[in-house]
Design a protein around this ligand. Structure first.
Ligand SMILES: [Fe+2]
Length: 173
């Protein structure tokens, strides 16, 4: 039996209710299973799906969202965290280049000093969870199809973007 979006959404909701953010690795594994279902990918994305994001599902009970993004190629994002929300990223096609950052100066200092802690690529079927407050940045060298699962509507909560003008971003550790 192929693992469907409906399967994923019901397990997402059940895992969040049972484990909260501790369930992120379980949910990330389930997202891999979903991304490995070619029918799901074909139903969700096509060559002419426009750049941008689309809501696939919202869980009224846990407030989690499942979002489908078409990322434009040649784009590099700035380091950011999703504030109080967690997120899971999974790639359906193409590559998501990911950098995890850590802040090396006290949170009470006005500007952040960020240091790279991990750098890797998430290729097709690869997923990873990021707890609330985890600082990360993404880049898409080519157009990519991405599924992102978030703990709430990120447009309604404060998020933190780090800026090279006011913050110090150390490129090498
Ligand atoms: Fe993010």
């Amino acid at each position: 039996m192929p693992y469907t979006l409906a399967n994923f959404c019901s397990e997402l909701s059940a895992t969040l209710k049972a484990k909260g953010q501790n369930g992120l690795p379980d949910i990330a594994r389930k997202l891999t299973e979903l991304l490995n279902n070619p029918d799901f990918v074909a139903e969700t994305f096509s060559e002419d799906t426009p750049i941008g994001r689309r809501e696939l599902w919202h869980d009224p009970q846990t407030d989690a969202y499942v979002l489908a993004h078409v990322q434009e190629g040649g784009k590099t994002g700035k380091p950011h965290s999703h504030g109080a929300s967690w997120a899971i990223y999974g790639t359906a096609r193409g590559v998501t280049e990911m950098i995890e950052w850590r802040r090396v100066n006290p949170a009470t200092d006005a500007g952040a000093v960020l240091e790279k802690s991990r750098q890797y690529a998430l290729g097709p079927g690869q997923t990873r969870g990021y707890a609330s407050g985890a600082i990360h940045s993404t880049a898409h060298p080519q157009k990519a199809w991405v599924i992102r699962v978030t703990g709430t509507d990120l447009d309604t909560i404060p998020r933190y973007r780090f800026d090279a003008k006011t913050d110090k971003i150390l490129e090498h550790v």
